[in-house]
Design a binder for this molecule. Sequence first.
Ligand SMILES: Cc1cc2nc3c(=O)[nH]c(=O)nc-3n(C[C@H](O)[C@H](O)[C@H](O)COP(=O)(O)OP(=O)(O)OC[C@H]3O[C@@H](n4cnc5c(N)ncnc54)[C@H](O)[C@@H]3O)c2cc1C
Length: 257
Amino acid sequence: MMKEYDVIIIGGGMAGLTAGIYVARAGKSVLVLESNVIGGQIVNSSSVENWPGDYRVSGADLMKKISGQATELGAVIRYEKTTKISKNGEKFAVVTDESEYNCGAVIIATGTEPRKLSGKQAEDVGERPISYCAICDGALYKNKPVAVVGGGNTAIHEMKYLEGICSKVYSVHYDDSIPKDAEAVFVAIGRVPATGYLDGFVELNGDGYVVASEDCKTSCPGVFVAGDCRTKSVRQLVTASGDGAIAAAGALDYLRK
Ligand SMILES: Cc1cc2nc3c(=O)[nH]c(=O)nc-3n(C[C@H](O)[C@H](O)[C@H](O)COP(=O)(O)OP(=O)(O)OC[C@H]3O[C@@H](n4cnc5c(N)ncnc54)[C@H](O)[C@@H]3O)c2cc1C
């Protein structure tokens, strides 16, 4: 039998977990679907300095506390990738790579993902491993030559980290070719919204962000959006958390009506 929840939250980063806390505290059943690592993009950050009340906390520690808080309050977390959402009469059907669920309201909180290489640079890489996180994968290339693609702050940060581990770190800018002797390629060319699975279900802007204002309502009644994947000017932990609370309040209000 298909499992049913009051609210399904797609994405277990700061926005999704905050929404989970609010929905669970309101006494509603809530499922958080996470395709990768609970906690989202901040878990690889060694020090967060602007989360109020927890100065210089590691991203992993911060998100461990918040996911623990959500589950203790009753949120259910499942590690499944959402592939489709559709409206099924009064209910929504959420399909994942493993299962299918029904719910009364949906909160989209899938954040952003690293932009992938394209064109000539993607061809240059060939069969070599690609990583989007030096802290996660740098140690695999101890004393080996690697390349970092990108010219922004993140790329510089990744290079500095890898210089302490690898025998050589090549800096590869936009359109440069990737040196043949680099054994792995670290890519830091920005992030894009993780909204491909929505496929016309709600309105997206030209860059793929879910169109919504501060009320976190999408073009589909009953579907809310929180965090970095929505149109907004400041993409930070506190704004993702604030969105989570607003989207949860909107979902609860929608269920009442
Ligand atoms: C290196 C780095 C450092 C940063 N440092 C700071 C900082 O110091 N302070 C600060 O305030 N902000 C910082 N940020 C920004 C901050 O991390 C983001 O604003 C915040 O994490 C956004 O949270 P979110 O929940 O919207 O999205 P995310 O954290 O991106 O979470 C989205 C989650 O959804 C999951 N997901 C995606 N697609 C699917 C799917 N189809 N099905 C199921 N799950 C899915 C993802 O796996 C992910 O866990 C930093 C970001 C980066 C990359």
